[in-house]
Design a protein around this ligand. Structure first.
Ligand code: FAD
Ligand code: NAP
Length: 391
């Protein structure tokens, strides 16, 4: 894509795609205002998770609990400046009507380095370095470091290269939006949306790498700043239509986000259905997100059961699925009474392990073979009684 088109996309979205109603897709974001962030972990935690609030009154964006919120982040300006220094390029070099520095901050992705960047580097370097750049552009890993090469590391690896700034921008990918589960209810938080965001930070060699969107929300976005946002409607992740239906929610870590929204929504509508939340995290004293709210909902009776699992309080890991197994009989009873079951959070391991525990519980307390229990859980999914929002 030519640099000018890339820069234009960074502002309004691709012109050749059909236009959806404003704010309902990544191609058609609207402007909202960043209000605030508050740290959910207490001192001593190994995690950094933020409660984020965003004002929707001006854009008038509407959402339902269960939906996800999309937003276009900005790269860390310090990283953009390091790229400019490594390129020895002027920050105000014009690219598509904007400055090179502006485009590096909000137009293109600075991680990981795409094949097209290595292709460009192969054209402007020679000898062994050209061969290496060609190999990297073909998806090979000549020095065993390909996985660590973000855009800055790639330029530093080929130090001294001076690509034309416009060609450089053309070789990079556009900066993509990120999605977050909504942790508020529009019935309670009128004109606002809340998110629950874990800040991604890790070290590679001597350099700290930052997750773009999570650290943007966790630190760089200033109160009052304008954000480009949209609501991604959930397909198959929503409260039951019948407010009497009991719900079982399993959401460790940031997975609690949509369940905070579900509970607040059910309280606002006076839904009589029973509510059971399984929450887990590393340490009870510093990682119990929304503890006051959840305890108050429990005391008021809205939250029928609150089951907690702290993975690092004891000598052995203890996860939400371990707690589920402990109370398997009651969990089965709820399911037999027609409860819906929801999982939110880590897709790679947690969601699979929780589903395995569910199958075991259905087999043990529902008096079924493992195959029958697997079929029972599959049927729950088919009927929309078992829904997942995992990432
Ligand atoms: C439907 C949906 C809902 C979501 N809801 C939430 C939510 O409620 N809360 C939430 O916090 N997130 C949520 N996410 C995840 C979120 O969209 C982002 O993916 C997340 O915040 C990271 O984005 P980032 O821009 O900060 O990081 P990026 O810049 O995208 O960097 C993340 C990448 O960094 C690399 N990486 C991360 N850690 C390491 C490491 N230790 N070592 C080496 N490489 C590493 C990995 O390649 C990873 O993919 C959701 C995702 C989806 C799809
Ligand atoms: N790449 C990975 O390996 C990995 C792993 C976890 C999360 N993530 C991602 O990190 C982001 C934020 O995570 P988060 O802040 O929501 O918290 P999280 O890192 O998912 O942790 C929440 C809780 O879940 C526990 N946990 C870890 N593995 C589990 C499993 N197999 N089954 C059940 N519970 C398990 C954690 O315990 P312990 O930390 O003590 O093990 C912690 O107590 C998400 O995007 C998630 O997908 C990635």
């Amino acid at each position: 894509m030519p640099a000018a088109a890339k820069v234009a996309n960074a502002v309004v979205g691709p012109a050749d795609k059909p236009q959806t109603p404003a704010g309902t897709s990544r191609d058609n974001p609207v402007e909202a205002t960043f209000i605030s962030r508050a740290l959910l972990n207490k001192p001593g935690s190994a995690k950094e998770t933020w409660h984020i609030e965003i004002d929707l009154t001006e854009c008038g964006l509407d959402y339902q609990v269960g939906d996800a919120f999309g937003l276009y982040p900005h790269n860390d300006p310090a990283l953009a400046d390091a790229v400019l220094r490594a390129l020895d390029a002027p920050p105000d070099f014009p690219v598509g009507g904007r400055t090179l520095r502006e485009v590096l901050i909000d137009g293109i992705s600075l991680a990981p380095a795409p094949d097209t960047l290595f292709q460009l580097l192969s054209y402007i370097t020679g000898g062994e370095r050209r061969k290496k750049a060609q190999a990297l552009s073909a998806g090979e890993d000549p020095d065993g470091d390909a996985a660590t090469l973000d855009v800055l590391a790639a330029i530093e690896k080929f130090s001294g290269v001076r690509p034309d700034p416009e060609a450089f921008i053309e070789a990079l990918d556009p900066l993509q939006p990120r999605l977050y589960s909504i942790s508020s209810s529009p019935k309670v938080h009128k004109g606002r949306v809340a998110l629950t965001v874990d800040a991604v930070r890790y070290d590679i060699g001597k350099r700290k790498r930052l997750g773009v969107a999570s650290t943007f929300l966790a630190g760089r976005a200033e109160p009052g700043a304008s954000l480009r946002v949209y609501v991604q409607k959930a397909h198959g992740f929503a409260l039951p239509q019948d407010p009497r239906t009991p719900i079982i929610m399993i959401g460790p870590g940031t997975g609690v986000a949509p369940f905070r929204a579900f509970l607040l929504d059910r309280r606002a509508t006076g839904a009589p259905g029973k509510n059971w939340l399984f929450f887990g995290h590393q340490r009870s004293d510093c990682d119990f997100f929304y503890a006051d709210e959840l305890n108050a909902l429990k005391t008021s009776g809205l939250l029928t059961r609150l089951s907690l699992a702290w993975s690092r309080d004891g000598d052995k890991k203890f996860y939400v699925q371990d707690r589920m197994r402990e109370v398997g009989r009651e969990l089965w009873t709820w399911l037999a009474e027609g409860a819906n079951l929801y999982i939110c959070g880590d897709a790679k391991r947690m969601a699979k392990d929780v589903e395995r525990a569910l199958v075991d519980i259905v087999a043990q307390f529902g008096a079924r073979t493992t195959d029958e229990a697997v079929a029972f859980v599959a049927e729950l999914k088919k009927k929309g009684r078992f829904q997942q929002d995992v990432y």
